[in-house]
Design a protein around this ligand. Sequence first.
Ligand SMILES: [Cu+2]
Length: 313
Amino acid sequence: MKHRISIKYGTWPLPALAAIAVLLLAAACSGSGAKEQAMAPATQAPPATEAAPPTSAPAEKAEIPVVPIEMNDDGFKVAEVIPGGIVQFNIANAGSEPAAPSLIRIKEGHTRQELSDMVDTVNTNPGDFSTFNQLFNVASAIYGVEDLAPGATLSFYADLRTGDFALSDDNHPDRGLAYFMAHELTGKTEPETVMHIDMVDFAYTMPDVAQGKGLWEFANSGDQWHMAMVIPYNPDMTPEQVLSAFEEPEPSIPVLDGILPMSPGERVWVEVNLQPGQYEVICPLPDLAAVADGGEPMPHLLHGMQHMFTVND
Ligand SMILES: [Cu+2]
């Protein structure tokens, strides 16, 4: 089964990319599939069996609150109040169509109505990067996927801290947003990870040798949004050629893993599944700070936001 992630003009929170009309991220099942398998929270195995101390891992897992969310053909079903701090989300698509769920933080001092209005503005002004700057004054993108099949469950961890949150289905903007709050810092346990990637403007802080299977933490310590697209490393391709490849309707470069755009200050943990080999992680997002200053939306990749790494046997 091939699984596609697309970044399209006019969808939110996934913007048009600078000079890229349509960016299709084709993720093999071995990559994104791992995130979509139904996971029973109580029985979910710690991802890194070699690295995790077997005695402590199950107990620590149990301390992470689990938040079940159901999607159906009317929208989301989620509790009005959920635990704050670090929580595990299980988003089940019980609807009849592929869904594109996104988790959004409403920034302090802003309202659900403001967010809803801004999402409408972004959706009716496709390709206008300045609207994204307005949107990100109101909200933070935390995590999302572009293709959650009917019957599949998306499982990931996020550090909510506290606040007011929204869920959107970018495949069905007409269904509107769903909302919930997190008042209390309940989840204080960090998931067991095999890899940590910190994103700044414009670089990845990460090791050169990575564990290919297990839970990866992605944090954005930068001042603007970032994403992580894991692609096979090809020393013969320039960054410009890589970006050009993603302009094609059927990109020749597979996207094997990673995360979609994430706002500053956010942290998520997602399962990855990479075979031994050489890879590169890239961020093609447009430079919104430059846009705000009247400049060009240069892709972060052309600012040097890429990192080669190896997954050993
Ligand atoms: Cu970036």
